[in-house]
Design a protein around this ligand. Structure first.
Ligand SMILES: [Fe+2]
Length: 300
């Protein structure tokens, strides 16, 4: 069976691209790949983009870009989706070019997020290596693990998880059922991974939310870069959602801040990579082992 390799990119829509450019470059340590009136492309490595921010009014998640290692894998995956009665379309030329891939298909999930399936991403020219003046410890953890992870809010958690696992073929990593950390909100989170093994590329739970995207996580290779980012966040007076803490399931040390679009961004280090040969699915009863103290109301 053909499987997704990794979550290669995310597409966000934002009402204020200038604010995003400042936030991404001066706080997060991303690099602008290109910018025009409608689109801000942000680099984290040798790729042309990992985070695409498109001008829009929703200030939310538009699309998730799942990647395949070979054209044959992508073609048989699309065939498989059709056999599973997923309405999947080949992307029009303009979308394919915008994503800078050789081949692109897409479908929608139960909450209306577009899932894009691609093969053959364009790399930035050798003469333009990734450079961040802010990162000290070797850059972002991307490569075959992809851009990071997203936590999306489900309307019907069972339907969403069924779609992600039975139709898209994501693998369950584990569960966190926590009714204590956020007053008045019981979280029943499901965490899912792809073949390349980042602990989760996609997680979901039903919870009160005005947005589909709860947070995007990006990971750095050095713990120092988490601390330095935390200092930059404080200096720039970016609102912190949760201060530094540690998750029991992906063992990520991280903190959460508010993006210019209002959803969260988790900045982390040390996440687990799953080897399916030695992995068993666990249930956890708390979101965090320590820290992650809420600095803002958890539900907005
Ligand atoms: Fe996360």
């Amino acid at each position: 069976m053909a499987e997704i390799s990794n979550l290669a990119y995310v597409v966000l829509n934002a009402s204020d691209l200038d604010a995003w450019e400042t936030f991404a470059t001066r706080v997060l340590g991303l690099q602008v790949g290109s910018r025009d009136e409608r689109t801000l492309r942000l680099r984290m490595d040798e790729r042309m983009h990992r985070v695409i921010v498109e001008q829009g009014e929703a200030d939310d998640l538009t699309a998730l870009g799942w990647e395949f290692d070979t054209r044959a894998d992508l073609d048989s995956y699309v065939e498989q989706l059709r056999q599973r009665d997923v309405q999947v379309n080949e992307a029009e030329e303009s979308l394919r070019q915008a994503r800078k891939v050789e081949r692109l298909y897409y479908c929608a999930d139960p909450i209306g997020v577009r899932h894009e399936f691609s093969f053959g991403p364009q790399q930035a020219p050798l003469s333009s290596p990734f450079h961040s003046p802010l990162l000290v410890g070797g850059g972002f953890q991307t490569g075959e693990l992809g851009v990071g992870h997203v936590f999306v809010v489900a309307l019907d958690a069972e339907a969403s998880v069924r779609f992600y696992t039975e139709q898209l073929g994501l693998r369950i990593s584990d569960y966190i059922r926590d009714s204590h950390s956020i007053p008045g909100v019981a979280i029943d989170g499901v965490f899912m991974h792809t073949r390349s093994g980042r602990h989760h590329s996609l997680a979901t739970a039903a919870m009160p939310s005005a947005k589909k995207l709860n947070h995007l996580m990006i990971e750095v290779k050095s713990l120092d870069d988490v601390g330095l980012a935390f200092d930059r966040v404080r200096a720039a007076q970016v609102p912190v959602i949760m201060d530094i803490g540690h998750h029991p399931n992906d063992r990520m040390l991280s903190f959460y801040m508010v993006t210019p679009s209002g959803f969260g961004l988790e900045y982390g280090w040390g996440g687990v990579v799953i080897d399916d040969a030695n992995w068993s699915v666990s249930n956890y009863s708390q979101l965090s082992d320590w820290g992650h103290r809420f600095a803002l109301p958890a539900v907005q």
